[in-house]
Design a protein around this ligand. Structure first.
Ligand code: 5GP
Length: 189
């Protein structure tokens, strides 16, 4: 998606050679109009699929998933990272390993929001090693529902996330795929 690629080139910042910082338009300050267009592009790429729910993970996937949901006209569920009184006791749960934090954390979705008839599109901001998306796939599987695909804003193509998902026969659509990056250059596939 050219609009997103142009914005990454204009405002993205590469930290080391592994982390792309997009905090001025996605991860902290957010450009809702850009995200709305990203949602439209996800709808175009998955237009032939029947989708009943969008699933994402807190926090940075939520805004993108919500703006995509305006185009799909379906509810958004976000997997929660923290147990709280606001969360039902009856949950699906999966463990996600965070490469950046070098630790695992649990994500949970209340059982009442996913059922076996659901056809789920998973959306997230980044795809790196595929751990977050795999945790969400696990939750959808526990519900007996179907993963229709994974929609990613920015894929780091030099990390193995796509292969991890495609090995499970999951369709992956990324709006921008970074082939390589360093502090002075970002190259897209
Ligand atoms: P994975 O689970 O695929 O290894 O990593 C995906 C998750 O880690 C995403 O939910 C995203 O929040 C975070 N992440 C991974 N790489 C990056 C990156 O380069 N920049 C930012 N901002 N987040 C990242």
């Amino acid at each position: 998606m050219q609009l997103l690629k142009d914005r990454i080139l204009k405002d993205g910042q590469v930290i080391g050679d592994q982390v792309l910082k997009v905090d001025s338009f996605i991860n902290h300050q957010m450009d809702a109009q850009l995200m709305y267009e990203m949602g439209r592009e996800f709808k175009r790429r998955f237009h032939s699929e029947k989708i009943t729910k969008i699933l994402t993970i807190e926090a940075s996937g939520i805004a993108i998933a919500c703006l995509a949901a305006l185009h799909f006209q379906v509810p958004v569920i976000y997997a929660k990272k923290h147990q709280s009184v606001n969360l039902d006791k009856d949950t699906y749960q999966s463990s996600v390993y965070s490469f950046t934090k070098n630790t695992s954390y649990d994500v949970r979705v209340a059982r009442k929001f996913l059922c076996k008839e659901d056809r789920v599109l998973i959306i997230d901001d980044f795809l790196a090693n595929g751990n977050a998306a795999t945790g969400l796939v696990d939750i959808v599987n526990q519900a007996g529902a179907e993963v229709v695909g994974v929609g990613i804003a920015i894929e780091k193509g030099f990390q193995p996330g796509r292969k991890v998902l495609e090995d499970k026969d999951i369709k992956v659509e990324s709006l921008a795929i970074v082939e390589s990056m360093n502090e002075s250059k970002i190259k897209f596939k």
